[in-house]
Ligand binder design. Structure first.
Ligand code: SF4
Length: 280
């Protein structure tokens, strides 16, 4: 069997920075370390962190005394300003918001100040979008996946960092077709890491007999790669770990492996070991 692994796999720059940052903190800090929300959308990673004694906090409705002398980490997706304020009750706050997400927030604020209404091609309930909306003027932004008619002339269209390029293009073309804007900025804010993985997914799924996409089922960038791969290779499998693969997969001659940006390297190694018959 020939196995081709995409050139970019495992954690992206932002996730790697957050994961290693929080692990180092937990090792060196005398205080307990918490993460506010899921560091990334990947069960394997969450399990690994919890085994290192790093606990996740889902909400701050209650603030138990045990939090007072501890450190809290802000995940790679970032969080809204209001929630950041609440975290001040912790002894220390370490911000691991990905700098690319931070750039998106800064850009949006700048353009809003210049009088533009912002339309973001993205998912309203995605943590990165919740962070964006919560750090800019909420009255001058709309996050949507559906083109629509707007009563504003001066607009700026941007994108969630993990959406796919083709869909973003279709979205803004349609927006221009159904509206009559006098002043429009279109800014592709898709992260280069995800664009590169998208291209690799297209290339490898055209080559392979079978594609294995590894990543959390709630990871939007992994799902995107799965959907791209499926267009060219019907025999595409979306798994969180090697245990979800059947023995029959070993009958394929050409297998490609893709991963989302929150998939750890150890999950890829496990899949390769499984395909080679080293683990069962
Ligand atoms: S995908 Fe890009 S924007 Fe998102 S965390 Fe990774 S490096 Fe940052």
């Amino acid at each position: 069997m020939e196995i081709k692994i995409a050139k970019k796999t495992g954690f992206c720059y932002g996730v790697d920075r957050a994961f290693n940052g929080v692990k180092t903190l937990a090792k060196e800090s005398k205080e307990k370390v918490y993460i506010y929300g899921e560091l990334v959308h990947n069960k394997e990673v969450i399990k690994n962190l919890s085994e290192s004694g790093i606990e996740k906090i889902d909400n701050l409705k209650e603030f138990p005394q045990k939090y007072e002398n501890s450190t809290v980490v802000i995940r790679a997706h970032g969080i809204p300003k209001k929630e950041r304020e609440q975290l001040k009750k912790f002894k220390k706050v370490v911000d691991m918001t990905c700098p690319i997400v931070q750039n998106l927030v800064d850009y949006t604020n700048d353009v809003q100040l210049k009088g533009y209404y912002i339309v973001v091609y993205g998912k309203t309930n995605h943590p990165e979008m919740i962070c964006l909306k919560g750090n800019v003027d909420e009255k001058k932004i709309n996050i949507t996946l559906e083109p629509y008619k707007l009563n504003t002339n001066k607009i700026c269209i941007i994108s969630q960092t993990t959406v796919d390029n083709d869909s973003f293009k279709k979205f803004y073309m349609k927006m221009m077709e159904i509206n009559n804007f006098s002043d429009i900025i279109i800014k592709n804010t898709i992260c280069k890491e995800t664009s590169f993985r998208e291209e690799e997914a297209k290339k490898l799924s055209k080559w392979a007999e079978c594609v294995i996409v590894i990543g959390g089922k709630n990871s939007s960038n992994t799902r995107k790669l799965y959907n791209i791969s499926l267009e060219h290779c019907k025999n595409t499998h979306y798994v969180e770990n090697y245990k979800e693969l059947s023995e029959n997969i070993k009958n394929n001659e050409k297998v490609a492996i893709l991963t989302g940006s929150s998939t750890p390297q150890w999950s890829i190694k496990d899949v390769v070991d499984f395909l080679k018959g080293n683990i069962s």
